[in-house]
Every structure is written in C-alpha cells, then in structure tokens.
Design a protein around this ligand. Structure first.
Ligand SMILES: [Zn+2]
Length: 389
C-alpha cells in the first residue's frame, strides 16, 4: 500500500512539473465561421429523461448502447478548436436507481473535465470515473428529482448579472450587445475622478469557470479596501463571451471564433465593443490590466520583460508577494507576449495603453478554497504594491 502511495505521489509531481504552459501565440484568422447548430432539447430513453435546454447546457443526442449504458455524445461548436470539451445536461429516472453514463468524445479529443453533479445548481459534487480512449464512464444515483451534470459548475450569464447586482447594488450596465443580443456587462469600482485606472476582464472562454471564480474573489476583496476605492478607478468586464457561455461552447463565441485571438484585427463584435469602450473610458493612466482564464494548472502569463523598457514593472514582484500568503505555493510565471501581432487582450492592452498586463490563469482542478485565498491575497497585495509605483 505504502509503495502504491509513493508511486501515486511521484506521478502527481511529475504531472505538475510537466505543465509548461502555452507557447507564444500565433496569429489566426478571426473572421466569423459557421458553427454547429446546438441541439437543445429533452430526450426520454426508457425511464431516463435527459435535458439540456438551459444556459450552458450542451451535449448531442443521447442514446442507450447495447449494454444499457446512457451515452452522451459531446461535440465542439466548430473546428479547429482547443480541447476543452464542455458538457452540461440534466438527468432523472422514474425509479430511484444507479445508472451508467458514458461521455463520448470525437476520437481526436480526450476527456478533460471530470463530471460534477448538483441538485440545486449552486452546490456541486465531484464524481469519479474511468477514461478509455475517447470515452469516459461514470455511475450516478438518480431519482425523479433531476440532477445537473456538468464539466464545471454552471456559472452562466444570469449568474454573472446576479453577482454584479449583489456586489454593486445596481443592475449591470452594458458596453453593448453580442450577435445573439445578450448584454456584455460592466461595472466600475473606486473613485471615478481618479486618473489612476485599472481594467479587469474575464470569461472570453466559456468553460473557464475557475478563472471566473478567481476574478470574483479578487474584485470582491478590492471593492472592500478603502485604500483602493478612494484612490483608484477600475473597470470590470466579467463576461466578454456570454453567447459562448450560454450556448455551452468549448471555446468560441457564437460566430465560431476564439475572441482571445481577435485583439489585432477586431473582426468580432465583442472585442470591438471593448476596444471602443476603453478608448473613452481611459482618461488617465491605465496602470494595470488583468485578463482572467483557466487552464490545466495555475500559471501567470506576462509580457516579456525585455519589452517593458521605460515602463512600469511591478507584476512579478506583486505575484511573489501575493504568493507568500499561500503555504508551499511557488508561482509559475511565464512570458507569453514577445512581439506583435497582439492577438490577445493582454498584449493589446500592453501595446495600446502601455499598461502592466497579466493573464491570471487558474487550474481546471484548483480547489475553490485555494482560489479564494489566492485571489484575496492578490487584491490586498495589489494595494500595497501600487503605493510604490
Ligand atoms: Zn482562456
């Protein structure tokens, strides 16, 4: 048993060290492309009812295989696409019983997000299962009370609007609407007459819920710090891709495009709206911008320090002082932007406004408690470091 444990911890360490993060981003064509029509509906398979007609719901037509297992095919909105296979459905049975469920991926994609279930859509429970090729099998106890099953906890456009209302006491404002007519919400925190400005962005990529949670904790903490709110003016754009989030997309917006590759040619409404809004909003010095995301493990992507000649450079010091609040945590920092084109939001903000710019990435499996501690410590340390620059 002891040997098995040793082997397990060894392999976990290896996995952690193997994560190298992204290579420099190559430009891609970001003109609109057709997407698969998402089938949203309700299916009965014997006494099993499966439904995906809700914000974030996504799977193809379910069926029973020859052994009676419930097969849930999962497909991307279009291709080529980054492998972040999102799924979410609601399932129930007439009688209380355990069912076998198989997630079926297209052969070139692998299972990435272990399923979570929830009865109330608020509290989520992790499920275990087994991968085999492009299938993932797990078991779930069902009854006539429908359960949500999803790749990550559902946090869709309605949840973001409600979060803004709870935090600010006002209905969210919008910078404009998406192609599907959904508002892209924003709000401001701090002192509107301050010329020291910051911008925080999130959710360009639909499945990246852990990154969204980090942004929430970070903003909640910042908005409670008078040293911040008296002296700085921040813009928060927590949901840049509501169409993709509500459709249950793997990566793209409703026009089949990765928004975080469109910050050079601006073919998409969402990126153009942010660009144009910022032109008016930035009245002073944009001192910092953070774009929140999720990936396999926690990592910070920065602008190559050699490009920052004569500009403010505090981001690495800030990451290190924030990380001291987290026992046994050593931050993974990697330069990601070296030269134009500025495909991504953070490189665009760096080149356009000379701002210190960061991509704050949280791991798919990072525990919520760790995200909370990290994000809150980051907010408090940001106030400290800004005093020096
Ligand atoms: Zn992302």
């Amino acid at each position: 048993m002891y040997k098995i444990l040793l082997l397990m911890s060894f392999s976990i360490t290896l996995i952690a060290q193997n994560f190298k993060g992204q290579e420099p981003i190559k430009p891609v064509d970001t003109r609109s492309r057709p997407t698969l029509g998402r089938c949203k509906g309700r299916v009965e398979l014997g006494d099993v009812i499966i439904e995906n007609k809700f914000e974030g719901g996504a799977c193809e037509q379910p069926y029973l295989d020859s052994t009676g297992a419930i097969c849930i095919p999962i497909a991307p909105e279009n291709e080529p696409i980054n492998s972040s296979p999102w799924y979410a459905f609601r399932i129930s049975t007439e009688e209380h019983r355990e069912v076998e469920i198989k997630l079926i991926y297209p052969s070139k994609y692998k299972h990435r997000y272990d399923p979570k279930w929830s009865g109330d859509r608020v509290h989520w429970h992790q499920l275990g299962g087994k991968s085999s090729g492009s299938e993932y099998t797990f078991y779930l106890e069902l009854s006539n009370r429908p359960l949500f099953v999803a790749s990550q906890p559902l946090f869709t456009s309605s949840d973001v609007y409600r979060w803004i209302l709870d935090l600010t006491g006002s209905e969210p404002l919008k910078i404009g609407n998406t192609p599907n007519g959904l508002p892209i919400p924003y709000f401001e925190i701090g002192n509107k007459s301050s010329k020291r400005q910051l911008v925080f962005l999130g959710r360009q990529h639909p499945p990246e819920v852990t990154g969204h949670k980090a942004m929430q904790y970070f903003i909640e903490e910042l908005s409670q710090l008078p040293e911040f709110t008296d002296n700085y003016h921040a813009l928060v754009l927590p949901l840049l891709n509501p169409d993709g989030v509500d459709a249950g997309n793997w990566r793209h917006n409703s026009r089949g495009v990765d928004l975080n590759r469109d910050w050079y040619e601006f073919h998409q409404d969402e990126t153009r709206l942010v660009r144009d809004f910022l032109k008016n909003w930035v009245q002073g010095d944009l001192i910092f911008s953070i774009d929140f995301h999720s990936t396999y493990e926690d990592i910070y992507y920065i602008v190559n320090p050699d490009l920052k000649k004569g500009r403010t450079r505090f981001v690495e010091e800030w990451i290190r002082t924030s990380s001291k609040h987290l026992p046994d945590y050593s931050p993974h920092i990697k330069p990601l932007y070296f030269e134009p084109p500025t495909s991504t939001a953070f490189s665009y903000l760096f080149e356009t406004y000379g701002t210190e710019a960061l991509v704050f990435e949280i791991g798919d499996k990072t525990e919520d408690e760790f995200i909370r501690k990290k994000s809150r410590a980051s907010a408090r340390e940001l106030v400290e470091i800004l005093k020096k620059y």
